[in-house]
Write a protein that binds this ligand. Structure first.
Ligand code: HAM
Length: 432
């Protein structure tokens, strides 16, 4: 039988890599909770129209990248390409603002986009997504950016850069769009087919274009921040002032309109050079009209999403990550000792330790080799001699030093040895 491989653009995350994922997820959860965010889990499938209306039907995501199918009941179903519309839906459907003083939500899980796979870009990928509803003031924009920046720095990721822009609001957007179309003029005919379509449907989307030949024209186009209304200018100034208060430096990027239709005012991304073409670790912004557009009350929203694959790729090599290893390997020589070893392993596991046993009744030499391969810092050895004396031989696997202790004292011995042998990770994430 030929092997059936995984679907293109999807990946198995195996032991050896999964520890890095668990580290990222663990640091993120603890950080989000420190900032007052509560976890929400929404379904992976939603109605197609949620993204058509939410993400926006002139975006590449909706036009080209969604996994949509008709289910057996005739319903059009989409595998979520992003989490923001789902969180807005959950916020509205469950009237969360009545239950939470300031609805601050986060979620994590798989997203699906039919993109061309390459390093850092997959068809099933995973996001950490954070959203806040109902706060108008610019301080929340800065706090969200501070949260995103803290995530990257608490993971120990070096060399990242924050890009910032404001894309205005429905008051100032029409003047900007008109200026954009006027500036394009006849050049529109020299742009790619997608851009010609964008020029007719939603000219702002031209900034999403990646076609090399179009870039010189796009770089000459007007900047959103030169067309902001007074309220958007004041908001943007405040965001910048608050960021200075946080001590976070940024670069204004005029092209940062982001590839989703819902943004108003603040947009931002954190990039990292070491990831090559797929260099956005995370991106987000404010979306003041989305909650209402999805049938909810007129509430503002702001948030960001980080790609977990990209955070994992950008982690430093020496990130202090717990490796999956037992605390103790229990080795036994002889049938009687094996029975006692089963009891000892059970006892250690019940006491909260990771304990493993040789499954095959092999020689003590190969059992020690297994303990080494598993990177167990301690081995507990049981043989006839130990059984007679009601003792266990404890071996420090790094130094080879052996100590005989009473059978009843094994748990205490392992507990005392743990701080010495524990990997640094489990204590705390790396600092800034
Ligand atoms: P986005 O920029 O489309 O924004 O995606 C956010 C992050 O998800 C990207 O910066 C990247 O790290 C990761 N990502 C996106 N596509 C892929 C892919 N094909 N493979 C691997 N990683 C990927 C959003 O999704 C918005 N919902 C963010 C947001 C939340 N805005 C406001 N609230």
């Amino acid at each position: 039988m030929p092997m059936i491989p995984a679907v293109r653009g999807t990946r198995d995350i195996l032991p050896g890599e999964i520890e890095r994922w668990q580290f990222v997820e663990d640091v993120a959860r603890r950080l989000f909770e420190r900032y007052g965010y509560a976890e929400v889990r929404t379904p992976i499938i939603e109605r197609e129209e949620l993204f058509a209306k939410g993400t926006g039907d002139t975006t590449d995501i909706v036009q080209k990248e969604m996994y949509t199918f008709t289910d057996k009941g005739g319903e059009r179903i989409t595998l979520r390409p992003e989490a923001t519309p789902s969180l807005v839906r959950a916020f509205v459907e469950h009237s969360l603002e009545q239950q939470m003083a300031v609805p601050k939500l986060y979620c994590l899980g798989p997203m699906f986009r039919y993109e061309r796979p390459q390093k850092g870009r997959y068809r099933q990928f995973h996001q950490l997504d954070v959203e806040v509803f109902g706060v108008h003031d610019a301080w929340i924009d800065a706090e969200i950016i501070d949260l995103a920046w803290s995530l990257v720095s608490e993971l120990g990721i070096q060399g990242s850069e924050l890009l910032l822009n404001s894309v205005g609001c429905p008051v100032c957007r029409p003047a900007f769009t008109a200026a954009l179309v006027a500036a394009l003029g006849e050049d529109v005919k020299r742009l790619c087919g997608d851009c010609q379509r964008r020029a007719a449907t939603n000219p702002l989307r031209i900034f999403d274009c990646k076609v090399p030949a179009d870039q010189a024209i796009i770089d000459r186009l007007p900047h959103t921040i030169d067309y902001l209304c007074a309220a958007c200018t004041a908001h943007f100034d405040q965001v910048k002032r608050h960021l200075e208060l946080y001590g976070i430096s940024y670069r204004i990027s005029h092209r940062l309109v982001r590839g989703l239709d819902y943004y108003t005012r603040t947009t931002f991304e954190i990039l990292i050079g070491s990831l090559g073409a797929q260099n956005a670790l995370l991106g987000g912004g404010r979306y003041n009209g989305l909650v209402k557009a999805l049938g909810g009350p007129d509430r503002t929203g702001i948030g960001f999403a980080a790609g977990i694959e990209r955070l994992v790729l950008a982690l430093p090599e020496d990130a202090s990550i717990a490796i999956a290893r037992p605390d103790v390997f229990v080795a036994a020589i002889g049938d009687a000792a094996r029975l006692e070893a089963v009891r000892l392993v059970k006892q250690l596991r019940s006491a909260g330790f990771k304990a493993q046993l040789d499954d095959e009744g092999r020689s003590i030499r190969s059992q020690m080799k297994t303990a080494d391969r598993l990177k167990a810092p301690l081995a507990a050895i049981l043989g006839d001699n130990e059984l007679t004396k009601n003792e266990v031989t404890m071996r420090d696997m790094a130094s080879g030093e052996q100590t005989s202790i009473g059978r009843a004292d094994v748990g205490e011995y392992v507990r005392l040895a743990m701080p010495r042998v524990k990997p640094p990770l489990e204590a705390a994430p790396r600092g800034q």
